[in-house]
Design a protein. Structure first.
Length: 185
């Protein structure tokens, strides 16, 4: 049995997903493709090779040690290819899922995140690899959530957005506070 929280990437045993968010049983896919945006320099290439084993939530690092992504499944890297999109270059990492949902030991929650001030919260999120905003980037004017209705759990249970409206708003306020945004769209 595999459980997923509304946020999709949080193990359900964490207090904020087990106690406050609904979970549902889903079957994991047998293959997964992770698209990682390329950037300037060679450091944006994943430091992975075919045959590497990954657990769900494992950090995928670049060749220079930068955090690029998290593994969405437990499994093995099958292949890595360049991928051209309309206006940017990506690296596609093909993963073969093992059928197990074993979480990486380093994928843990942030204790006391509800009570943290924006500065320490932002630092904790960046240290956990959960906030992709570079420290040198200007303050975000707005946070734009795109395609939230296409999330697997929201599609399975269409009432989540209604039933958990306040929790979702609280999460958005927390995110906006962490990145210094003035608005959420």
């Amino acid at each position: 049995m595999n459980m997923r929280s509304l946020l999709g990437f949080l193990p359900p045993h964490l207090p904020y997903s087990e106690e406050r968010l609904p979970v549902t049983e889903i079957s994991p896919c047998d293959r997964s493709v992770l698209a990682i945006r390329k950037g300037p320099g060679p450091g944006r290439m994943p430091a992975l090779v075919a045959g590497n084993a990954l657990k769900t939530g494992a950090r995928i690092l670049g060749t220079e040690g930068d955090l690029l992504a998290f593994s969405p499944v437990t499994g093995t890297v099958e292949d890595i290819h360049d991928l051209s999109c309309i206006d940017e270059e990506m690296t596609a990492v093909f993963l073969r899922a093992s059928g197990d949902d074993e979480w990486d030991d380093a994928c843990v929650g942030i204790a006391g995140y509800h009570d943290m001030e924006p500065g320490p919260l932002f630092s904790a999120l960046r240290a956990a690899g959960l906030c992709p905003v570079p420290a040198s980037m200007e303050k975000a004017g707005a946070i734009v959530l795109n395609c939230i209705e296409s999330d697997l759990l929201v599609s399975i249970n269409g009432t989540i957005l209604d039933e958990n409206r306040d929790l979702i708003r609280d999460g958005l306020k927390l995110l906006a506070r962490a990145v210094g945004a003035d608005a959420t769209v």
